[in-house]
Write a protein that binds this ligand. Structure first.
Ligand code: GDP
Length: 137
């Protein structure tokens, strides 16, 4: 069993896509082990995306991520990291496969509705960034 962090980004929450994303997660038999609605501060968004701090879009990305509430979730299942990323689709929605969340709903390379951890080490860091042991069932 593997765990991964999923986020419904501010664009997904403000556009009323929480239910749609959770429906897809449940249909794909990933288990929700923790979930909450939060609004990150700029500092918290910068800490979360620290690996991207040298990228040209870091300022814009961290502004976007703290611009409104997000839903953060821990998902669990066999191959959960890859399965969730496959459901999300490619970073750029224009390259994302049909039937993926980003292909169906993203409007922009940055405003791409969802986040998912990309490897076991990042999943451990990212789930721990938002949830302590008592917050996971
Ligand atoms: P992900 O793992 O598919 O989310 O992609 P990355 O880790 O490469 O990038 C993290 C997030 O930064 C993406 O989900 C986008 O929201 C944003 N992003 C990635 N590339 C770009 C870009 O070229 N320009 C802008 N403005 N944002 C980007």
């Amino acid at each position: 069993m593997e765990q991964t962090l999923a986020i419904i980004k501010p664009d997904g929450v403000s556009r009323g896509l929480i239910g749609e994303v959770i429906l897809r997660i449940e249909r794909n038999k990933l288990k929700i082990k923790a979930m909450k609605l939060i609004q990150m501060s700029k500092t918290q968004a910068q800490g979360f995306y620290a690996v991207h701090r040298e990228r040209p879009f870091f300022q814009s990305l961290t502004d976007f991520m703290c611009s409104g509430p997000v839903v953060v979730m821990v998902l669990e299942g066999e191959n959960a990291i890859k399965r969730w990323r496959d459901m999300m689709g490619a970073t750029n929605y224009k390259d994302a496969a049909e039937g993926t969340i980003r292909r169906d709903f993203a409007t922009d390379i940055e405003k791409n509705v969802v986040h998912g951890s990309d490897a076991p080490e990042t999943a451990a860091f990212e789930t721990g960034y938002f949830f302590n042991a008592l917050e996971r069932v």
